[in-house]
Design a protein around this ligand. Structure first.
Ligand code: NAI
Length: 411
């Protein structure tokens, strides 16, 4: 099938972006060289649905260098960058994605990638895996396995597996140490504030920032808010995470209480209905809400639209909703993940690690084709260690190794 993108003419801008990140992704550089020589994906079709910006494009090119035939839909209607998509098409990859796709267009793009009959699926949030099981069961036999990038996608896989519905092995990339310890915490921590800052152009210092969810991502978002000079309030549903937030120096309270004092609100829970009508009605005039969780269900924007007496575009990518009490609530990027729908996503050096795990996990699936009996596969420890070891080497950092006596002692 022919590619479906917004504007092929934009390819040069996209190429600049991809070349920029390429220079900051040494792990992928080395894998690209190795794959070029060994061609591990030769003859295999890979469908890859990860937020289509420059780092993802480079991952696609690394897999293509290893012989893969790539089929690339978007992973969120607002995170696709049209220039990057154009650049991949120019490089000969099949892409079905554009920025601001309607729900219908977005689903058609995912379907187009699946229709190719992929052998490997690289998913972010579970849309490809979900759709192939529901609508293309006849294509399942082609699939060697897949890799899942994010926490929410993994929850979906675990629930499918519990019901015996998952039909091929999926590697839980998010759960690798070299992924969530760095990508979710430091990547989300930095890129969420990059997205908020570039979209609002407002000061964070001295403000009250409410972070909903103190998981790996929430810890990063709260830590960086503190670094920017904010007073940070955390909301949680897990008493242990709540206690951790308290001991990390943050205030913890219920969302309905936090709603009264927050200036910025960031949801990052993976759960739905985190900020709802009662919280909107409690918020101060001018409060700014955004979401960094995978789906746009955390800030109840549909309800906000319904109860607003007036709304207007206050600034590019910020909708302002006036409530019956006269207060205006601002929402960035329609409540879609702010670091990608209002920014460029995580820093390149972080995605270098996450995508090295992706590439090595895809390689693991190919090498173990037909041998994996379980459907839910943890990233092997050797892959995690390999990525950390290579990263330290690029940083020029050496660490000690255990002597035989020390190993014996620890045993
Ligand atoms: P996690 O499981 O480590 O943390 C989620 C936290 O939210 C947990 O501590 C949980 O108790 C809490 N929580 C759940 N429901 C809540 C509610 N109603 N109110 C308050 N707290 C609640 O998950 P992680 O890795 O931090 O991921 C969170 C979300 O962010 C997921 O949807 C994930 O897919 C997404 N994600 C987004 C990224 C981005 O670039 N924006 C990057 C990585 C993950």
């Amino acid at each position: 099938m022919a590619s479906e993108i917004r504007n092929p003419q934009l390819w040069q801008d996209g190429r600049l972006k991809i070349d920029w990140v390429r220079h900051h992704m040494p792990l992928l550089n080395s894998l690209e060289e190795e794959f070029k020589a060994s061609q591990p994906f030769k003859g295999l079709k890979v469908a890859l649905s990860v937020h289509l910006e420059a780092k993802t494009a480079y991952l696609c090119e690394v897999l293509a260098a290893g012989g893969a035939e790539m089929y690339v839909p978007g992973s969120n209607p607002l995170s696709t960058q049209d220039d990057v998509a154009a650049s991949l098409v120019k490089a000969g990859l099949e892409v079905h994605a554009w920025y601001d796709a309607t729900e219908e267009e977005y689903n058609a793009h995912i379907r187009a990638a699946l229709a190719a009959g992929p052998n490997i699926i690289i998913d972010d949030g579970g849309d490809l895996v979900n759709l192939i099981h529901n609508e293309y069961p006849h294509l399942i036999d082609n699939v060697i396995g897949g890799c899942e990038e994010t926490t929410t996608g993994i929850l979906r896989l675990i629930s499918m597996n519990k019901e015996n519905k998952l039909k091929f092995p999926m590697v839980l990339v998010n759960d690798a140490d070299c992924k969530h310890l760095f990508d979710n915490r430091y990547g989300t921590g930095q890129s969420v504030w990059d997205g908020i800052n570039r979209t609002t152009n407002l000061i964070v210092a001295g403000k009250n920032v409410v972070v909903a969810g103190y998981g790996w991502c929430g810890k990063g978002v709260a830590m960086r808010a503190k670094g920017l000079g904010a007073s940070v309030i955390v909301t949680e549903v897990d008493p242990i995470k709540a206690m951790e937030a308290v001991m990390d120096g943050f205030k913890v309270m219920k969302m309905t209480e936090a709603a009264k004092i927050g200036d910025f609100f960031v949801t990052v829970t993976g759960c739905c209905d985190v900020i709802c009508e009662d919280s909107f009605m409690n918020m101060k005039d001018g409060a700014i809400c955004c979401n960094a969780g995978h789906f746009d269900v955390e800030v109840d924007v549909a309800k906000l639209r319904e109860i607003a007496v007036e709304s207007h575009l206050a600034r590019n990518n910020i909708m302002s909703y006036k409530l019956s009490n006269g207060n205006r609530i601002n929402v960035i990027a329609e409540g879609r993940l702010v670091n990608l729908a209002a920014g460029d996503g995580h820093p390149a050096e972080i995605m270098d690690m996450s995508f090295a795990i992706q590439a090595l996990s895809a390689l693991y699936l190919v090498r173990n084709r037909g041998k994996l009996t379980e459907k839910i596969i943890n990233v092997p420890k050797e892959i995690d260690h390999e990525v950390a070891t290579r990263k330290l080497r690029y940083w020029g950092i050496e660490i000690d190794s255990l002597t035989e006596k020390q190993k014996e002692y620890l045993d």
